[in-house]
Design a protein. Structure first.
Length: 415
């Protein structure tokens, strides 16, 4: 089977995802996507007429984020019209899936040059949600007759699922806060040492001025005492009336004896941010013909579903599945990236797989840096690649939970 190489990985800094307050919130989502697509083109002297496809991830595909962002952003970035594009949605996991599908296209031998990535403007999503609420639409669109409420596997709110898993697993608030503090400390060190500099490109305004050239979300001043003082975020939401049911009742339909305690808050949950990322994936023949130096090869990828009622537990079986496909063990992996959607996701992942914490989220995670939903997976793959090159490691494994109880995963090998 032909191999697929990663030639380059770029991303924007992540801006605070609050309408009118974050440094990127005034920009169109296409602008962010075009920023990283243009960087991929310029950094690699890429003849965009030879790009077979652009596979993009965006979760909230409505209004400004609708209309096939992958294709439209490529046109906005000045790509040749021959470069096609498509946009997908696997909720939080889409940024890994876009890369996996790009690799599949190349490894099948049907395509030679594919760009994968994703964009999410959480500031737009929040504004859109506020407009829906003003129009009388229930949170997350979950009202009477919603299939997710009536399904055999009822679904809840992700934050409440995180609280439910921590309650079920006996993981304490103190352990979750401790992991959040580590995330902030590691991100602060990574930023100070310039570990993200290779992949991060500034976002410019239309007039050429700098909109954002640094991470806007991290809180390096975070302390254990400060985290301990924060009130849980999802206690009130758990009992919100959804038209005859609540988020708590949805979980208790499947787990009637579970007493859900509330542990997660703004400090130990992923940050709400805007951002975009892109990776250039090519065949060995294309790389040789165009003088491109590969940075990594794709070893294996996998997809895994799990209980959608708890929603966040698929990363562990996904990691086990992709390791088996690659013929590797956990001890072979030098860099692990597990998205910190909520602290319990990463904490349970580390515990269940009995991992060396020094190898997991080495440069911090989404609790410190933020989680631009459809883009995060692509960001994490680039982060893993940069860390492998910095540290001299060989293999990196990236996975993350996604709504509906799913997790994609990928293993890359540094070249």
């Amino acid at each position: 089977m032909p191999e697929a190489y990663i030639i380059d990985a770029v991303r924007t800094p992540r801006g605070v995802g609050k309408p009118g307050k974050g440094a990127l919130s005034h920009l169109h989502p296409q602008h962010l996507a075009a920023t990283v697509l243009k960087a991929i083109k310029d950094r690699n002297n890429l003849d965009t007429a030879t790009v077979d496809d652009i596979i993009w991830s965006t979760s909230t595909q409505v209004r400004e984020q609708g209309g096939d962002l992958g294709r439209m952003a490529a046109l906005a970035a000045g790509y040749d019209v021959a470069a096609s594009g498509t946009t997908l949605d696997r909720f939080c996991g889409g940024g890994i899936t876009s890369v996996n599908l790009a690799c599949a296209s190349v490894m099948s031998g049907m395509e030679d040059c594919v760009i994968a990535g994703g964009t999410e403007m959480m500031s737009f999503t929040i504004a859109h949600g506020a407009q829906q609420a003003a129009a009388g639409i229930s949170p997350l669109g979950m009202g009477s007759g919603n299939m997710a409420l009536d399904a055999v596997h009822p679904q809840s709110h992700q934050g409440i699922c995180g609280d439910a898993i921590a309650s079920m697993e006996g993981i304490s608030r103190e352990a979750l806060d401790a992991l959040a503090l580590v995330s902030q400390q590691r991100a602060d060190m990574a930023i100070k040492e310039g570990r993200f500099a290779k992949s991060t490109v500034p976002v410019l305004n239309d007039d050429g001025s700098v909109a954002l050239d640094r991470e806007e979300f991290p809180r390096p001043e975070t302390t254990a005492e400060g985290l301990a003082a924060l009130k849980p975020s999802f206690a009130g939401m758990a009992d919100f009336d959804l038209g005859g049911t609540t988020f708590r009742k949805q979980i208790n339909r499947r787990y009637p004896d579970l007493e859900i305690k509330h542990f997660h808050h703004a400090g130990n949950s992923s940050g709400v941010v805007d951002g975009a990322a892109a990776l250039l994936i090519v065949s060995p023949a294309y790389a040789e013909k165009h003088g491109l130096k590969p940075r990594a090869r794709i070893v294996a990828y996998a997809n895994q579903g799990d209980d959608p009622t708890l929603m966040l537990n698929a990363p562990v079986p996904a990691a086990s599945k992709v390791l088996a496909k690659a013929g590797l063990s956990k001890d072979d992996i030098d860099v692990w990236e597990i998205n910190e959607a909520f602290a319990v996701v990463a904490e349970k992942f580390i515990r269940d797989l009995d991992l060396d914490r020094a190898k997991v989220n080495i440069n911090g995670g989404s609790m410190a840096l933020g989680h631009p939903i459809g883009a995060t997976g692509s960001i994490l793959i680039g982060t893993a690649l940069d860390e492998l090159e910095r540290s001299g490691g060989r293999y990196g494994l990236v996975t993350m939970c996604a709504a509906g109880g799913m997790a994609p995963a990928i293993i890359i090998e540094r070249i």
